[in-house]
Design a protein around this ligand. Structure first.
Ligand SMILES: Cc1ncc(COP(=O)(O)O)c(C=O)c1O
Length: 358
């Protein structure tokens, strides 16, 4: 079989050694005589997996001890509802709209209270994060919501606004664990798993303990962070197999040298692709250089009539899932932690070939 490189935005490529290990352990996990999928979530074996997964995640992201780590279901979209339900507490909230996913977060949150828009770049095509000095922030807001990496448009934050003590809630779904973050700068971090963490079906929520206990009485128990924190994320059956794979991904990432080491690789991969785009008159990326995502790199062929031919040729070379999101068009290469640099090299080589041909 030809070497395949999967540039999907999510569900996305996973590290090959992780899949191989899951395969090896599939029928008989650690002499338990059964697959992780078959284990009771309250049994000793699965609890040991959950504890190790949490502990490795805490190590990777350097999570302080006064933050809870929750393993929840419903994806990042469920958290769009959980955030206002858990945090609004009769106040309003500020939202920054810098791409398709933060726009969606606002739409979801409006059902629960007053949402103010701190900044909105939709009119400019979601191509940058505006100067923080120009954001309209309310010092009595319950929280400020941002999406630190917009998966669709490829816009990544290059810093954080000064929220004057208002907790920052960040959707980090598409770049968590790709670079170090100072967790202390956030009240809540959340991320759907199906990019840098593992399979779909799991959403990790990191929440500062003092923010627990403010939930609206209407909050369903599964979305109530305090209830989940008090029950080891097991108010219902957790997504056990997704948690297990996430644990294998965390072990793999630690063996790579952790987030600091993978960041260097991510910088090199992104540079390779952006340099290829910038050095040609054939391809273009429209995002402000300071906000170019290292994980999701959209690009356009200047002659869009060649889009289909580009995708077909790419597929023939094993370069898959390069079509841009339907709301953006063009192409997008998602190059998460598990994408080896060889995959980006193969893409760049193909892009040059295609350009020379046309
Ligand atoms: C930044 C971001 N937020 C939210 C979501 C929605 O996640 P889910 O489909 O897991 O609910 C995605 C999905 O790709 C995303 O990239």
């Amino acid at each position: 079989m030809t070497q395949i490189y999967n540039f999907s935005a999510g569900p996305a490529v996973l590290p090959k050694p992780v899949l191989a290990r899951a395969q090896a352990e599939m029928l008989n996990w650690h002499d338990s005589g059964m697959s992780v999928m078959e284990m009771s979530h309250r049994g000793k074996a699965f609890l040991s997996i959950l504890e190790k997964t949490e502990s490795d995640f805490r190590t990777l992201l350097n999570v302080p001890s006064d933050y809870k780590v929750l393993f929840l279901q419903g994806g990042a979209i469920a958290e769009n509802a959980a955030i206002p339900l858990n945090l609004l507490d009769g106040k309003s909230a500020d939202y920054a709209v810098t791409g398709g996913w933060s726009k969606r977060s606002v739409e979801d949150a409006r059902a629960y209270g007053t949402i103010n828009i701190a900044t909105n770049t939709e009119g400019e095509g979601f191509t940058h994060v505006p100067d923080f000095a120009n954001w309209k922030l309310n010092q009595d807001a319950a929280y400020l919501h941002i999406c630190t990496n917009e998966t669709l448009q490829g816009v990544e934050f290059d810093g954080l606004p000064n929220a004057h003590g208002v907790p920052i809630v960040a959707d980090m779904s598409s770049h968590i664990l790709s670079r170090p973050v100072d967790v202390r700068q956030f009240g809540v971090i959340y991320a759907g798993a199906q990019k840098n963490i593992g399979p779909a079906g799991l959403c990790i929520v990191v929440v500062r303990e003092d923010l627990l206990g403010k939930a609206s009485p209407l909050t369903p128990a599964v979305l109530n962070w305090k209830v989940q924190a008090e029950n080891q994320s097991m108010i219902n059956t957790p997504p056990t197999y997704s948690i297990y794979i996430a644990g294998l991904v965390f072990e793999w990432l630690l063996a790579q040298g952790g987030v600091e080491a993978i960041e260097k690789v991510n910088i090199a991969k992104a540079k390779l692709l952006y340099d290829a785009i910038d050095s040609s008159d054939f391809y273009v990326n429209k995002v402000a250089v300071k906000n170019r995502s290292r994980m999701n790199i959209p690009f356009f062929l200047k002659d869009e009539s060649l889009n289909e031919a580009f995708l077909k040729g790419a597929e023939a070379q094993g370069l898959l899932q390069l079509k841009g999101h339907r709301s953006v068009g063009g192409m997008r290469a998602s190059i998460y932690n598990a994408m080896p640099i060889e995959g980006v090299q193969a893409l760049v080589t193909y892009m040059k070939q295609f350009e020379n041909h046309h």
